[in-house]
Design a binder for this molecule. Structure first.
Ligand code: DGI
Ligand code: FE
Ligand code: FE
Ligand code: FE
Length: 190
């Protein structure tokens, strides 16, 4: 597809080789999950490809974009891990010309996830592809892949709970949306 090839060039130009290759693997894994979950493969491929497009932008670029896109000022207290998704979607829209609101939402939610009734199948697919792509080797990744193959929703909850535990273990600050998503999915799946 033409749009995909054009986006690929732009993603490559804006990222290190290492992260560009991660994006290609997320795109591939998103297609695999799309097939398993009756989702449009082209849409999943493109969303996976561009999900980290803004990851290597400067702090100044993000702060400027928060103002330009009239996003909440409170976002400024956070940093790259949160900005590259929530604010990153604005860069994808403005610079790659991708206006599909479903793709933009999947980018916004790809780091934190969202409430169960807020996340579309595409959001879940991108969230899980980012976590499970073939270059990921963390302890538990095989279990996470097996769970996700059986149930995309169970996979989302696996990632939410493990990421929360990982961040807390390192004493890191946790974005409220990350907690909200975890609590909501814990209630939903119990
Ligand atoms: O961009 P990637 O590295 O491919 O993956 P990602 O966007 O899922 O996660 C980026 C980082 O953000 C990762 O180290 C986990 C971290 N993260 C996820 N949720 C939170 C978070 N960091 C903080 N500080 N707070 C969160 O709630
Ligand atoms: Fe990311
Ligand atoms: Fe992620
Ligand atoms: Fe990623």
């Amino acid at each position: 597809e033409e749009i995909y090839q054009a986006a690929k060039k732009q993603v490559k130009a804006h990222l290190s080789t290492h992260r560009y290759e991660h994006c290609l693997r997320v795109s591939d894994y998103a297609v695999k999950l799309a097939k398993q979950n009756n989702l449009d493969e082209q849409q999943a491929a493109l969303a996976g490809l561009v999900h980290d497009y803004a990851k290597e932008r400067s702090e100044a670029d993000f702060l400027e974009k928060i103002d330009e896109a009239k996003l909440p000022k409170s976002l400024k207290a956070w940093g790259n891990p949160i900005w590259h998704g929530v604010v990153g979607a604005e860069f994808v829209k403005d610079e790659l010309g991708i206006e599909d609101p479903e793709i933009l939402q999947a980018i916004r939610l790809h780091t934190t996830g969202g409430l169960h009734d807020e996340m579309t199948t595409l959001d879940k697919v991108v969230f899980m592809a980012d976590y499970l792509e073939e270059g990921r080797h963390f302890p538990g990744v095989k279990e996470a892949r097996a769970i996700t193959e059986k149930s995309l929703d169970r996979g989302v909850f696996y990632q939410l709970s493990h990421t929360l535990a990982f961040l807390a273990d390192k004493g890191q600050v946790i974005y409220p949306k990350t907690f909200d998503a975890y609590n909501d999915w814990a209630n939903y799946l119990k």
